[in-house]
Ligand binder design. Structure first.
Ligand code: ACO
Length: 149
């Protein structure tokens, strides 16, 4: 699996705010985030690289076209094992269907494996099940939640 010509994968940067928000808006409501709050958030991710692996795909002009994050959780079970969580996968509407999403999932999954995770999991809408199956994922469990917003 490879990216389209001249596209690349890199960590999120503080200067990505506007593009990062725009791409993520295909997934959910982002809300208003100031530059200073985003800078603090990116700094927090960078200070905790064992936990957060926030990545973007950029085009030939270094414009963000897709986002995705691996979060690594350290547990007691499975001999103090680690579980990878894949979060915030979004591909800009004009870039969908070019295998960018699949590239991201492959990369984040391999990263989870390389970091010693015994499994990697994610939550998704029913409409995306086929996409994740193409990426090698299988249905497991049921997501439940309580919301406080
Ligand atoms: N259902 C079934 N198959 C799909 C779907 C879908 N919703 N989307 C893509 N596919 C298939 C493609 O047809 C392709 O199949 P092929 O190999 O037979 O040609 C394969 O999956 C790979 O597709 P990509 O081109 O890599 O998909 P894309 O780059 O468009 O990314 C994604 C897919 C991430 C779902 C994108 O459409 C998107 O950003 N959607 C809106 C935001 C969203 O729902 N994100 C997922 C949130 S879940 C989470 O964050 C853990």
């Amino acid at each position: 699996m490879s990216l389209p010509k001249d596209y690349s994968l890199r960590p999120v940067q503080q200067s990505d705010l506007a593009q990062y928000v725009e791409v993520l808006s295909v997934l959910t409501t982002v809300g208003s985030v100031s530059e200073s709050d985003f800078a603090k958030l990116v700094a927090h991710w960078e200070e905790n690289p064992e936990i957060y692996y926030p990545m973007v795909v950029t085009n030939e002009k270094d414009v963000v076209v897709a986002t995705g994050m691996l979060v690594v959780e350290r547990k007691l079970i499975h001999g103090c094992g680690k579980v990878g969580h894949i979060e915030d996968i979004a591909v800009a509407e004009t870039e969908q269907g070019k295998k960018v999403g699949q590239y991201l999932i492959d990369h984040l999954s391999l990263e989870a494996k390389a970091r010693g995770c015994y499994k990697v999991i994610l939550d998704c809408a029913e409409r995306n099940v086929g996409f994740y199956e193409k990426c090698g994922y299988t249905r497991a469990g049921v997501q439940m939640s309580q919301r406080y917003d």
